[in-house]
Design a protein around this ligand. Structure first.
Ligand code: ZN
Length: 441
């Protein structure tokens, strides 16, 4: 299942979503109480979700991992709860549905208490909680999460059971009280509650970015730390100030891949893989990944389950390869472009349906289409489009097309619109001819 598959750290990035703006009436709120046991991976959770009126009136469904035992579930406002043992959408999840009366006038409250293993074993093993640390993210389906994975919510959390010497990194503020309970307060809405905690994490800061890692001398961490500072400066030159302030980047010794939320990025050290490589890790590999994740500071508001999601992943990836071209050279950037070609040609449309494009469409074909657009309208025009849209945080394809039409003409916009909705791409026939020519030589 796409959702759970985290592409290899060298070439991919997992989902990212967030949207512009501060907390408002349309945002929800999660009050989270957790007890965690690093020795057993056991979790006890008591979650109170406040749903905005509009979301509640529509009826709300929540995914929750089916590995947890439900201990209590209740709602107010005349809500009616239905439980399905399998969501049928995401493997390993159950579905909690709540219907509220049409005349609901106030935000509704849903409370769910449950317990079980935070870790997942089997096909998609997840070690979210071990003696080496904790990682919380939506992909583990440990927290009831609306089925659109698009509810923006603020959060307060109380977390007990974490060893005193673990460093906590999260969005918002985190403080530990005298009893060792960690209190998180997050005013900023996002679609996820993310947190990492591990022993021995130290912090290094540069303008706009704080890097947390255990070993700054390790080659991946060293490269990531340098390119965090460099890429954040480079991106801000193009797109304006970081929309949500400073970004924290955590390099986890044991992690589940690379991903970003608002002001928050996590990468894995990947030490075993890197040490097994025959050649030294090339600097441009992590440099592209870091630039991709930091680009999500601007490019991430589009809903992850919709056709507009290319605005998040394809644009971030295009921007990241441009960063590589600028920091290294065209030949280095071409290593990435060439690596994309085969999977791009095998992929389908990015838009035109009620779901997002495939991984290959989003990460390979989308960036290549943007490169083709660049060749068509000129780099300066496309750079203006991206520079104008970045501070707005576009959620819809049409927003991109409108600005493109203004900067490069309506013909360019309708051409690009058609390319997004079709496949594989404008380079297809031309490339076949070129390849045939080469094989003749
Ligand atoms: Zn990404």
């Amino acid at each position: 299942m796409q959702w759970f598959h985290i592409p290899a750290a060298a070439l991919g990035c997992a989902l990212v979503i967030s949207s512009a703006g501060l907390a408002g009436d349309e945002d929800g709120h999660y009050a989270i109480r957790l007890h965690l046991d690093p020795a057993t991976s056991h979790l006890n959770a008591d979650i109170t979700i406040t749903l905005p009126v509009d979301q509640a009136r529509e009826g709300a469904g929540f995914f929750l991992g089916d590995r947890f035992t439900l201990e209590a579930i209740s709602t107010d406002s005349g809500g009616r709860i239905t439980l399905a043992p399998e969501s049928g959408v995401l493997p390993g999840t159950r579905l909690i549905s709540v219907e509220y009366p049409d005349d609901l006038a106030e935000p509704a409250v849903l409370r769910v208490a449950y317990s079980g293993e935070l870790n997942i074993s089997g096909d998609r093993t997840v070690n979210a909680l071990t003696a080496a640390g904790l990682e919380l993210r939506v992909d583990f389906m440990w927290l009831p999460t609306v089925t659109g994975i698009n509810l923006q919510y603020t959060a307060d959390a109380q977390i007990s059971g974490l060893p005193d010497d673990w460093t906590i990194v999260t969005q918002g503020e985190a403080v530990r009280d005298d009893e060792g309970v960690v209190h998180v307060h997050r005013n900023q809405p996002d679609i996820d509650f993310v947190l990492v905690a591990a022993p021995g994490l130290e912090r290094r800061s540069a303008p706009g970015v704080h890097v947390y890692a255990r070993d700054f001398d390790f080659i991946l961490t060293d490269i990531a730390t340098r390119h965090a500072a460099l890429s954040v400066e480079w991106l801000q030159d193009w797109m304006g100030p970081l929309p949500y302030g400073d970004v924290s980047l955590t390099v986890l010794p044991e992690g589940s891949g690379a991903y970003a939320r608002r002001g928050y990025i996590v990468m894995s050290e990947g030490r075993a893989q890197i040490e097994a490589m025959e050649e030294e890790l090339p600097e441009w590999g992590p440099a592209r990944l870091v630039a991709h994740e930091f680009a999500h500071a601007w490019w991430s508001p589009a809903d992850a389950m919709t056709e507009h999601y290319w605005l998040t992943e394809s644009v971030a990836e295009y921007v990241a390869v441009r960063y590589v071209e600028d920091m290294f050279d065209v030949e280095t950037a071409n290593i990435f472009w060439e690596a994309k070609r085969e999977r791009a040609l095998a992929s389908g449309p990015l838009t035109g349906g009620d779901r997002r494009g495939s991984g290959n469409a989003l990460y390979q074909r989308g960036p290549m289409l943007l490169q083709a657009l660049e060749h068509r309208v000129g780099r300066e025009a496309l750079d203006r489009v991206i520079g104008r849209l970045a501070p707005i945080g576009p959620r819809l394809t049409q927003q991109f097309l409108d600005v493109l039409a203004e900067e490069a003409g309506p013909e360019a916009a309708s051409w690009f619109d058609a390319q997004l909705a079709s496949g594989p791409g404008p380079w297809d026939g031309a490339e076949e001819t070129e390849d045939a020519d080469q094989s003749d030589r």
